[in-house]
Ligand binder design. Structure first.
Ligand code: NDP
Ligand code: BG6
Length: 491
């Protein structure tokens, strides 16, 4: 049984309900599966079912199948109440007991907190006070809780939230979500790194010159201006999604595929990141988009968007240069960047290899066009892997040219792959925490990001760069990489 807090919201409609529906479609839910919505609005069961059906029609990767929905809809219901009202949670507990009576067995509840973060703590406290958090604790079907992002706004608030969680739940009951971990290429990172013997011997400072992680979005802040003003790119994307990509790319091989073994390695890696140089000429860049062109259309700048303070000091772009102080990575810069209203939507991890000694093919001029080898993991769109190699152009003369060797999941396996949220909701239900974030991981990441946020808060708009919407970002981000003799890839 899945209980969604914030069930009338955007994420529920766009991702969670379609995920549940597709799991039902794939026969991955029990026959007597129940979906319960919870929220402050009074929504009759029938209306909630209609909202859910409409959400599937609009957002599911598969069309609404009347047989499947016909089985799911009667088991879909809604409980109205405030997130900080204990009696509302008692009513929810009563509702869940009635469902158990109906099916004649104990049913594992998965509570999904999909509300704005301001009510994460009251919901957790009431799950504790009503006894719902302790339901079947210690047994395989113990209550579990998925918590949406953002997990805190800095180190202190993340520690406080972890404290609230610990006061009502055991860590194995907690699933802090980062939907990037549910993306296919991200899951494949572990397989590529540790199931292929060609990569590991090269995966270090001896062969790799730099690593670039890009999470670029074409869209602007859209209707989420209110949220974004309080968040900004560092909190919204870097602290969570890109740091997770970095941890999986750079961590040591875990001793097993056990979730704790993988999380231990990620934490070790995050703790090895050196404090950043802040201020002008340092390791960070931030910027806001100004008016420009996206998809052939003129779009306004961030400061002109609806709901945005015209004097806002919120960054829509952030780039970081990180150094990892360990045996494997000493001296290899890791460049991270993310932003809204960039040239196109693309997320990738690019591993740039060192060039071979230049004794052969070194003649200047057009004959030898050579590039550094780059292995890139394309997370989205068009998921896959590619490797840039130098090759001889067929012909009587020896001339060279870089070529791209590509593998695309869609070409090999077909294109109808599950959405990240399907995998993550299923994993939480079956109790597999591998693709979720442990409390100490999120704190390790905040330890890196909080000093940056503090320095930006102190500077206000001083040092805020700009970039035209539809471009690849600000000049200050270019300088971050050119200083080391590198350049951003144009993915
Ligand atoms: P919404 O703003 O749509 O809020 C979800 C529900 O929470 C609302 O329908 C409302 O239900 C309730 N709610 C809204 N504002 C408040 C408030 N101030 N106080 C208490 N309750 C409130 O959020 P989303 O669905 O967009 O996001 C939910 C969570 O998921 C957030 O933590 C967000 O950061 C995260 N997330 C969202 C993504 C997205 O694309 N939407 C992407 C990734 C993460 P009611 O009034 O009935 O109680
Ligand atoms: C969310 C951010 O976590 O990720 C959004 O809050 C962002 O601002 C979104 O747009 C991007 O996710 P995806 O899966 O579309 O790359």
């Amino acid at each position: 049984m899945v209980v969604i807090f914030g069930a009338s919201g955007d994420l529920t409609a766009r991702k969670l309900i379609p995920a549940v529906y597709n799991l039902a479609y794939d026969n991955l839910l029990p026959a007597d599966f129940f979906l319960v919505g919870f929220g402050r609005k009074a929504i009759p069961d029938d209306e909630f079912r209609k909202m859910a059906g409409d959400a599937i029609k609009e957002f599911s990767r598969r069309e609404l199948n009347q047989d499947i929905w016909g089985r799911l809809a009667p088991n879909t219901s809604y409980v109205a109440g405030g997130y900080d009202e204990k009696p509302a949670f008692d009513r929810l507990a009563q509702h869940l007991s009635e469902i158990e009576k109906k099916v004649g067995r104990e049913v594992q509840p998965l509570f999904y907190i999909s509300t704005p973060p301001s009510v994460f703590a009251p919901i957790l406290k009431n799950l504790g006070a009503s006894g719902l958090a302790a339901k079947y604790r210690g047994q395989a079907h113990q209550a579990k809780v998925v918590i949406e992002k953002p997990f805190g706004r800095d180190l202190e608030s993340a520690q406080a939230l972890n404290g609230t969680i610990r006061s009502v739940l055991d860590e194995p009951q907690v699933y802090r979500i980062d939907h990037y971990l549910g993306k296919e290429t991200v899951q494949d990172l572990l397989v590529q790194r540790f199931a292929n013997s060609i990569f590991e011997p090269l995966w270090n400072r001896n062969f790799i010159s730099s690593v670039q992680i890009t999470v670029a979005e074409e869209g602007g802040v859209g209707s989420r201006g209110g949220y974004y003003e309080q968040s900004g790119c560092l909190r919204d994307m870097i602290q969570n999604h890109t740091m997770q990509l970095l941890a999986l790319t750079a961590m040591e091989p875990p001793v097993s595929l056990d979730p704790e073994a993988i999380r231990d390695e990620k934490v070790k890696l995050l703790k090895a990141i050196q404090p950043l140089a802040l201020g002008p000429g340092g390791d960070v860049a931030r910027a806001q988009y100004v008016a420009g062109m996206t998809g052939g259309k003129s779009v306004p700048g961030y400061l002109q968007e609806e709901g945005i303070n015209p004097q806002s000091a919120t960054e829509t772009y952030a780039a970081l240069r990180l150094s990892i102080h360990n045996w494997r990575w000493q001296g290899v810069p890791f460049y991270l960047r993310s932003g809204k209203r960039l040239a196109r939507r693309v997320s990738e991890i690019a591993i740039n290899f060192k060039r071979p000694p230049g004794t052969l093919f070194a003649e200047k001029g057009a004959r030898f066009d050579l590039a550094a080898n780059t292995l890139s993991f394309q997370i989205q769109p068009d998921e896959g892997l590619s490797l840039i190699l130098n090759t001889k152009i067929p012909g009587l003369e020896t001339r060279t040219q870089p070529v791209k060797m590509s593998f695309r999941y869609a070409t090999t396996f077909g294109s109808n792959t599950p959405e990240a949220y399907e995998r993550l909701v299923l994993d939480a239900m079956i109790g597999d925490g591998t693709l979720f974030i442990r409390g100490d991981e999120t704190e390790a990441s905040w330890r890196i990001c909080t000093p940056i946020l503090q320095s930006w808060a102190a500077a206000g708009r001083n040092g805020m760069d700009t970039y035209p919407a539809g471009s690849w970002g600000p000049k200050s981000a270019e300088e971050l990489v050119t200083k080391n003799g590198h350049a951003w890839r144009q993915p």
